[in-house]
Design a protein around this ligand. Structure first.
Ligand SMILES: NC(=O)c1ccc[n+]([C@@H]2O[C@H](COP(=O)([O-])OP(=O)(O)OC[C@H]3O[C@@H](n4cnc5c(N)ncnc54)[C@H](O)[C@@H]3O)[C@@H](O)[C@H]2O)c1
Length: 257
């Protein structure tokens, strides 16, 4: 018997990076996984690598009709949803606040926060019906500490923590837990491009920019998508039944006050 046998999970942004690792770990632990993201080709690759029962639904989380279609399709094909991992996110611009356009600001919030709201809004009624659910929202350590020239990203990730805490209180009586994970800088192409943008924005080398992420941590390292996936399996499982409203750091030991 696997930890998540009998569970159906939706993972947004499952075509690459952290979302792909989370989908794979949920699947290995017995869950049937719904892979939702904008990029269909990447979703197909993820599905073929899972080697297991999964459903692909191409979805733009910032578009309400697209999200409604996701949840309707899941209802029809899978019956219900036990686990929702709101992972989709964009990095937003790297610029001083006064140079950021309203369009750039809104684009970042529309995916990182509004997208999370929309998917939760349409999944919650299904979880309430079952009086069971696990919602895991991917925030960031940058939702808790300053990251100069990244105001849209940091603000959207702080908003995720407020959303999580309030939702945990709205849904506790229905047996639904809601937690955020706060990854530190995570190895992969996305962090490479963030580091590259930083090095250009601050006119420092790539290695100097990278050190600003690794040096402040206890382990002096980036973390990995697999670290976050293991944490998600725990939060989705029976082991975490009394854990809700939390924002859990997974940062290689980077701490701040
Ligand atoms: N990589 C890091 O260092 C790091 C650190 C902290 C937090 N995070 C967060 O972790 C999550 C995953 O990050 P990642 O590193 O895997 O990034 P990534 O860019 O590799 O993946 C992001 C995923 O989100 C999807 N996505 C983007 N816009 C979407 C939309 N409108 N609708 C549906 N899907 C959309 C993309 O298609 C992609 O699959 C993000 O929320 C990110 O902010 C990442």
């Amino acid at each position: 018997m696997k930890k998540l046998d009998g569970n159906t999970a939706i993972v947004t942004g499952a075509g690459q990076g952290i979302g792909k690792s989370i989908a794979s770990a949920l699947c290995k632990n017995g869950a049937r996984v719904v892979l939702a993201s904008r990029n269909l080709e990447n979703l197909k690759i993820t599905a073929s690598e899972l080697n297991s029962d999964s459903l692909i639904v191409q979805t733009d989380v910032s578009d309400e009709d697209s999200v409604k279609n996701l949840v309707e399709t899941v209802k029809k094909e899978m019956g219900s949803v036990d686990i929702l991992v709101n992972n989709s996110g964009v990095a937003g611009p790297t610029k001083p606040c006064e140079d950021i356009t309203l369009e750039e600001w809104e684009e970042c919030f529309s995916v990182n926060m509004t997208g999370m709201f929309l998917v939760s809004k349409y999944v919650i009624p299904l979880m309430k019906q079952k009086r069971y659910g696990r919602i895991i929202n991917v925030s960031s350590m940058s939702g808790k500490r300053p990251l100069p020239n990244r105001t849209p990203y940091t603000s959207s990730k702080t908003a995720v923590i407020g959303f999580t805490r309030t939702l945990a209180f709205e849904l506790g009586e229905y047996g639904i837990t809601v937690n955020s994970i706060c990854p530190g800088a995570t190895a992969g192409p996305r962090i490479d491009s963030v580091i590259q943008n930083m090095s250009e924005s601050f006119q420092i080398t790539f290695d100097e920019a990278k050190k600003t992420f690794t040096d402040p941590s206890a382990l002096k390292t980036l973390v990995t998508p697999e670290d976050h996936a293991a944490l998600c399996v725990f939060l989705a499982s029976e082991d975490a039944v009394r854990m809700t409203g939390q924002d859990i750091n997974l940062t290689g030991g980077l701490i701040w006050y």
